[in-house]
Design a binder for this molecule. Sequence first.
Ligand code: UTP
Length: 293
Amino acid sequence: MAVRKAVIPAAGLGTRFLPASKAIPKEMIPVVDKPGIQYAVEEAVRAGITEIVIVTSRGKDSIALHFERATELEDHLSAAGKEEALGLVKHVAGLADISYVLQEEPLGFGHAVLQGKAFVGSDAFAVIVPDEIVPEPIDDEPDLLGELIAIHDRFDASVIAVQEVSHEDISSYGVIDPEPVEDHIHRIKAMIEKPPRDEAPSDLASRGRYVLTPELFDALERTEQGVGGEIQLTDGLRLLMQQQDIYAYVHPGPIYDVGKKLDYLKASVELALRREDLGKPFREYLSARLEDL
Ligand code: UTP
């Protein structure tokens, strides 16, 4: 069955991006000229997902405002003949059917996903972490969410995106114990959240994109607090794995973690370089500037 729904958890505290995230939701911080969360919604729409729930927390009303119609602004831009700006504003409001659910307390990523249960019902669904930006594919790059949906359809099972990360950094991630199935696809034998480096079963880390069966919600309801006192999605997936196989897809393309300052800088540069309107002059600027550094 086609995957039509996505849960976008955006209720985290964003402590790694302070002070910017003190008054502005981290998901609203722009990367080039769009807030991070807009990339997530656009990615869902590209993969054919039309119904989206964003999990928010108090003080994050600007996220909903961003995706609403802004008729006064539209009228003003229209009267001023600013067609390009008008197009950008209308595009955001018309992207998808978006609803919102509040996570009362920041009890963890898994807990945030669980808030999407009523919205999702009994369908398979995608989870898109907006801190991690998957750029729109160019040339023959695979479209990550499209690949995950295709794998879900073939195996009739949950599938998560993974990438190899450096062994030094492995303790920051959910890590899988892989059993190779075919090129780029593994069956997950076990999964552990933020393992000590010497206990990591591999260097394949989960990377913010999931297509999951609805049984995950029952598993999350049975999941106890884990690392950091939070309800971790990884722990919910481990429970689900006792009932169903779960697969991992090793994404060969770029994923930028914009929740971290250094990766945010890398993402800003690389996403700008990929842009048709900005890429060429920005590349020229960077090449000239790098000679002086
Ligand atoms: P992170 O742990 O990366 O986000 O959660 P965070 O807690 O906002 O970031 P730091 O570590 O304090 O800087 C992954 C995703 O899950 C969401 C976050 O918004 C992010 O998209 N999340 C996390 C929630 O929605 N609720 C939570 O309680 C925790």
